[in-house]
Design a protein around this ligand. Structure first.
Ligand code: ATP
Ligand code: MG
Length: 563
């Protein structure tokens, strides 16, 4: 069954699944699910859960449901449902016909609740939210029984029916499970199953004015769908006894819950509540701002789904909460982009160069390699002309010892073109360098000197006559601290926002082969990093995002460790 030939050991969850198949615990079935609440956009943490659930289903010949856990009408919206569907698909997973909504089970959940009332295991309680909290007790003190706990079954059935019929105002009554107010696990102290909420639901409309609480609904949804392995994050470990209690009291199908550690990434916040705050307060341009850790933000930034899946594979799953270095995510990204993206030349901060001995009006088409990692990508032509742009930082009038790029009197190579030597520097009235004059050696066409003489550096460049204008957006981490929660008294994570996380360069020059580039095309700008065409690009204006720079801090650290 296992079509995963990987020789590496299975992680602890896959081991359980493999063992269950061997013992035929679930009659050979493997059913997992990814159960997002549609109250925000998915983030990279969700990708871990998605790859785990869909990955297990596909490796073990099972299936994975996409199920919206949409039980809270106040925070949920169709926009979020749509974005989640798009994101999971983009990551490359397919749920086939198994798209479900928790709200479709409201009727079934209601019937189950009536069943528990009839068993004497649930009661209608008139305490308000604050009183309910007070009665719950603390970790060190037992709770107190609600004065409404011993209502008769008939009275409970009647009141619950009237709650459902809309007779009572919001918050005035709840339905609670009758378990044990002195239970050491607070989740077991008569948890609320239903609350009254006169709010329209994005799918069920005004049909209901009582809504199930997450803990009541979640386990039932898995049960109704006959999920075999109900995989969730560690914070639900101490909710498991409650899910077990509900399912056992009802005597219904009972999936196995397995908890794993959630993904935390350095320089990143991951909770939807916080991401929503950034969006609402205009601290980012939207859910898909390329600095956001949302899948839509990451996609816009230029990440490939393959890179994210590889990242999820490498981090694996375990039972201990920890923080993953964002450099590992970027490393997986570079590995993928290095193999797949076409090389092009672009100049971000242009400095004009005039080749004085190159014929005026002449343009040569020179051969450039599209991807040294992929021979099948072939070559393309790049135009060379008398006036060019190079990067401002590739020239220094008074170069320090280790600066090998262009300087007065020095010869360097222009990639795929010629050797040039700087002969003159033109400045404006403020002393800023505005133009360089150079000569070229026609014998070095293609980038090699027949006499074997060497130069110490190779620069990228773009023909001034043929260049296409572009805007380029450079990004840095959204937060300045590895742990955005590391804040001073009275501050919150937003005080660690990086004021320099976005830099917009508006007068960049790119080679003409990019004139028709469209989102989401990805490129390596030689010597600069990986870039992709942004959604804001139009026929009149090219806009690129820097996806990631070339410097791989992760690989460097690994090299050192392996020495
Ligand atoms: P958030 O904390 O961002 O609000 P959530 O857990 O409330 O996330 P859900 O919509 O309930 O969001 O998440 C759907 C699934 O994704 C859940 O099964 C949850 O366990 C999983 N998940 C959420 N965040 C992470 C994470 N950081 N790492 C791994 N899995 C996660
Ligand atoms: Mg949740």
């Amino acid at each position: 069954m296992l079509n995963n030939n990987d020789e590496t050991r299975l992680d602890f969850i896959r081991s359980i699944v493999a063992e269950d198949l061997k013992t035929n615990k679930w009659d050979g079935r493997v059913v997992t699910r990814f159960p997002p609440e549609p109250n925000g956009y998915l983030h990279i943490g969700h990708a871990k859960s998605i790859c785990l659930n869909f990955g297990i289903a596909s490796e073990f010949g099972g299936r994975c449901h996409l199920r919206f856990d949409d039980t809270n009408p106040e925070k949920e919206e169709q926009e979020y449902v749509d974005s989640i569907i798009e994101d999971v698909r983009w990551l490359g997973w397919d749920w086939g016909e198994h798209l479900y909504y928790g709200s479709d089970y409201f009727k079934q959940m209601h019937e189950y609740a009536v069943q528990l009332i009839k068993k004497g295991k649930a009661y209608v309680c008139d305490l308000n939210a604050e009183q309910t909290r007070e009665y719950r007790g603390t970790l060190t003190e037992p709770g107190k029984d609600s004065p409404y706990r011993n209502r008769s079954i008939e009275e409970n059935l009647d009141l619950f029916e009237r709650m459902k019929a809309g007779e009572f105002p919001d918050g005035s009554r709840t339905l609670r499970a009758k378990i044990d107010m002195a239970h050491p696990n607070l989740n077991m102290r008569d948890p609320v199953m239903y609350r009254i909420l006169h709010a329209a639901h994005h799918r069920s409309g005004d049909t209901w004015c009582i809504y199930p609480m997450y803990d009541w609904a979640h386990g039932l949804e898995d049960s109704v769908e006959r999920v075999t392995h109900s995989i969730c994050t560690l914070e639900f470990e101490n909710h498991r006894p409650l899910y077990d209690w509900f399912l056992d009291e009802l005597g219904v199908y009972h999936p196995q819950q397995i908890e794993f550690a959630r993904l935390n990434l350095s320089y990143t916040v991951m909770s939807k509540r916080r991401l929503l705050q950034l969006v609402r307060e205009g601290l980012v341009s939207g859910w898909d701002d390329p600095r956001m850790p949302t899948l839509s933000g990451i996609r816009r930034r230029g990440y490939s789904p393959e890179a994210i899946r590889e990242f999820c594979r490498r981090i694996g799953v375990n039972k201990f909460n920890s923080t993953v270095d964002i450099a590992l995510l970027e490393h997986c990204l570079r590995e993928d982009l290095n193999k797949t993206s076409a090389r092009v030349m672009a100049v971000l901060r242009p400095l004009k160069v005039v080749i004085d001995n190159y014929p005026k009006g002449q343009v040569e088409e020179l051969d450039a390699i599209n991807n040294p990692e992929d021979e099948s990508a072939g070559t393309r032509k790049v135009p060379f002309s008398r006036e060019l742009y190079i990067e401002q930082e590739d020239f220094m009038e008074e170069p320090p010892k280790k600066f090998f790029r262009l300087a007065p009197g020095r010869e360097v190579r222009l990639r795929y073109a010629y050797f040039i030597t700087c002969t003159d520097v033109v400045k404006d009235e403020n002393g800023n360098i505005v133009e360089l004059h150079c000569t070229y050696d026609p014998a070095t066409r293609g980038g090699d000197a027949p006499d074997g003489r060497k130069v110490k550096s190779t620069l990228h460049w773009v023909s001034a006559e043929r260049a296409v204008e572009a805007e380029v957006r450079l990004y840095d981490h959204l937060f300045t601290k590895e742990d955005p929660d590391d804040v001073a008294e009275g501050e919150d994570f937003k005080s660690n926002l990086n004021p320099n996380s976005l830099e917009v360069l508006t007068s960049c020059k790119v080679e003409p082969s990019l004139a028709q580039a469209e989102s989401p095309n990805r490129y390596q700008f030689e010597r600069l990093g990986y870039f992709c065409v942004d959604l804001d690009s139009t026929g009149d204006k090219l806009v690129f995002n820097r996806t990631v720079g070339l410097r791989d801090t992760w690989a460097k650290v690994q090299q050192k460790l392996n020495k």
